[in-house]
Design a protein around this ligand. Structure first.
Ligand code: GDP
Length: 452
């Protein structure tokens, strides 16, 4: 971990600052016996970077006789190993001879220094802080550790000065993700969760009724008829499917404008709860820009998508329509290539039975895991077929891949300067993954990890 040392003469507020930076959730405080008896250290996170923070305050009382001697003794070993020295002064007291002496010593150590003028609360404080320019340690940053002022800026400054992060170790085990179900790798128990989304009048309610096998919802050409949100269980021979809150089924908030608005936030809400999303289109109208917008939301949320071409009974030239829609999807939604498409008539019921098997299959794809061995045999073949490109005159060395998680399939690619991999090569790999491992229609995430 990078080491950040808080230094300065006694009473400038080093310990207060230490406690502020470490916060309540400090991971570790080491009280090392001996000379460093009171040296306080903690691991903490500053702007997402883990650091080891050392407070040199505790030593001052126990070290040799003179003030300078005490400061030096407390700081020498710590400063020597510091990636950054946060040098504190007391803005209210102004620059004292002790500050000057200590600053001169710090400068000689040749470590990176961030100058902090503490106790600079309010406007007067900020003005006083400017005096510290005279120390020759750069621009002073005015803060008040006690009042919590300027801390966010300070953390930013510290994080900016940290050495580049060590390359991540190759991930072999799937990493654990946060509490939000979205990132969980394990399939949560319970039935497959499905959402039906789409523009107003695509036929979502009619489809739902059809799937439920009874006229449970009221549908009709008149706006405003659909009732509130629904969460219902569907059963077919393969088991239950839970229809989560289907956005657009509860859209009609503003019917009085005569304009039915699709609520994007409701759509996103439904997407977050769902595993598979059926995007319903009115096939007689072709693909509308708004349909593509919804599809992009689905991809952004990492959900798998099944495209439902409804009102197929009313389509005249079915072959041409199907072709036109497929072309539009392939060109406009490259991120979801191979998206499964089902056409039916919710109104007559024709072919509606084809939908749920496709939904289940999409769900399997979305949950799929590729063994690392097979993945890397394929990867080597891909590298041979097309060498990774030159970047800045040097060829990128791509080493290997691993699947970090499923739902949606997420891969990590390791290699020297891998983070510079151009987009077209990334697409080459993602499209290759889709074909080689049969991952149609699901978003695929490719994360790049540079190693040295
Ligand atoms: P929603 O806004 O997406 O829930 O759409 P609705 O289910 O309310 O349907 C809108 C209109 O399209 C209604 O008049 C339905 O009768 C009609 N509709 C729905 N599905 C079909 C279909 O498969 N074929 C035809 N011809 N009309 C349909």
């Amino acid at each position: 971990l990078p080491i950040v040392v808080i230094a300065g003469r006694p009473n400038v507020g080093k310990s207060t600052l230490f406690n502020r930076l470490v916060g309540r959730r400090q991971a570790l405080v080491a009280d090392t016996p001996g000379v460093t008896r009171d040296r306080k250290e903690a691991e903490c996170t500053v702007r997402g970077r883990r650091i080891r923070l050392i407070d040199t305050a505790g030593l001052e009382e126990s070290a040799p006789d003179t003030l300078y001697g005490r400061m030096r003794a407390s700081s020498e070993s710590a400063v020597a190993q510091a990636d950054l020295v946060v040098f504190c002064i007391d803005a209210r007291a102004g620059i004292t001879p002790a500050d000057e002496h200590f600053a001169a010593w710090i400068r000689r150590q040749g470590r990176p220094v961030l100058l902090v003028a503490n106790k600079a609360e309010g406007r007067q404080g900020a003005a006083a802080a400017m005096e510290a320019f005279a120390l020759g340690l750069g621009t002073p940053l005015a803060i008040s550790a006690e009042h919590g002022e300027g801390l966010s800026e300070l953390m930013g400054e510290i994080a900016d000065r940290m050495p580049p992060e060590a390359p991540a170790e190759p991930v072999v085990e799937p990493p654990q993700y946060g509490e939000d179900g979205e990132e969980l790798d394990e399939r949560p128990p319970g039935p497959l969760r499905l959402a039906i989304v789409g523009r107003p009048n695509a036929g979502k309610s009619t489809l739902l009724n059809r799937l439920l096998g009874e006229e449970r919802m009221i549908t009709g050409p008149e706006p405003g008829l659909t009732r509130d949100s629904v969460t219902v269980l569907l059963h077919d021979e393969d088991g239950p499917i839970q229809l989560v809150d289907t956005a657009g089924l509860r859209r009609r908030a503003r019917v009085e404008d005569g304009l039915e608005k699709m609520s994007t936030s409701a759509t996103i809400e439904a997407l977050k709860m769902a595993e598979v999303v059926v995007l319903a289109l009115d096939a007689t109208l072709g693909v509308h820009e708004q349909d593509l917008q919804i599809a992009r939301l689905i991809e952004r949320e990492g959900r798998c998508c099944v495209l439902a071409l409804n009102k197929w009974d009313a389509v005249e030239d079915r072959i041409a329509t199907r072709q036109a829609i497929s072309d539009r999807i392939e060109t406009s939604l490259a991120q979801m290539r191979g998206i499964p498409v089902v056409s039916f008539s919710a109104l007559t019921g024709a072919n509606v039975h084809k939908l749920l098997p496709v939904v289940r299959r999409a769900h399997e794809v979305w949950n799929k895991r590729i063994p690392t061995g097979a993945l890397n045999r394929w990867f080597e073949m891909m590298l041979e077929r097309h060498s990774p490109p030159l970047v800045g005159g040097r060829r990128l060395k791509l080493r290997y891949m691993t699947q970090a998680k499923a739902r949606p399939p997420t891969f990590i690619l390791f290699g020297t300067r891998a983070e510079l991999l151009p987009e077209d090569y990334q697409r080459y790999l993602v499209n290759g993954l889709r074909e080689a491992f049969d991952l149609p229609g699901t978003p695929i995430r490719l994360l790049l990890r540079g190693t040295r």
